[in-house]
Design a binder for this molecule. Structure first.
Ligand code: HEC
Length: 125
């Protein structure tokens, strides 16, 4: 009898393995825990010229235009998860004219988190 119970336990562990592993696979997509109100304060000073006050973008400098952050479908795409926004704000997109705010030390990681949280509000209206 104990061996049966043990086997059942083993089966449970094996079966739940993939379920436990799934979040680990997505662990790189670390969601932002920033404060959108704080993010807005930076946004209106440093980002608004290219991304527009309502996040609509459409400003083209040397490459890709700024994206439309009001587009909820676009923003729900894993390609545009918080990690991708974080990488872009940190390293910039030199070809398109997007500034490497993090790498150049112009913004601290906590400020970048606040900006990500604010950017998310445009598609939640
Ligand atoms: C000089 C113009 C300019 C300024 C100022 C600017 N950006 Fe950008 N940004 C761009 C351009 C152009 C792109 C599109 C890059 C591409 O797709 O190649 C972009 C892309 C991005 C992206 C990727 C967005 C996505 O959904 O794919 C993020 C995030 C971003 N900017 C955040 C910011 C933040 C935050 C600020 C202010 C601290 C800022 N940007 C200021 C020009 C600018």
């Amino acid at each position: 009898m104990p061996s049966l119970r043990l086997r059942a336990l083993a089966a449970t562990l094996v079966l739940s393995g993939p379920l436990v592993a799934l979040p680990a696979l997505r662990a790189s997509a670390r969601p932002s825990s920033g404060d959108p109100a704080e993010g807005k304060k930076i946004f209106v000073v440093r980002c608004v010229a290219c991304h527009k006050a309502n996040g609509s973008g459409g400003v083209k400098l040397t490459g890709n235009p700024t994206p439309d952050w009001r587009d909820a479908k676009r923003m729900a795409d894993p390609k545009h998860d918080d990690d991708s926004l974080r990488v872009c704000i940190t390293n910039g997109r030199p070809k398109s004219g997007m500034v490497a705010w993090g790498k150049t030390g112009q913004l601290k990681p906590a400020q970048i988190e606040n900006l990500i949280a604010y950017i998310r509000t445009f598609s939640k209206k």
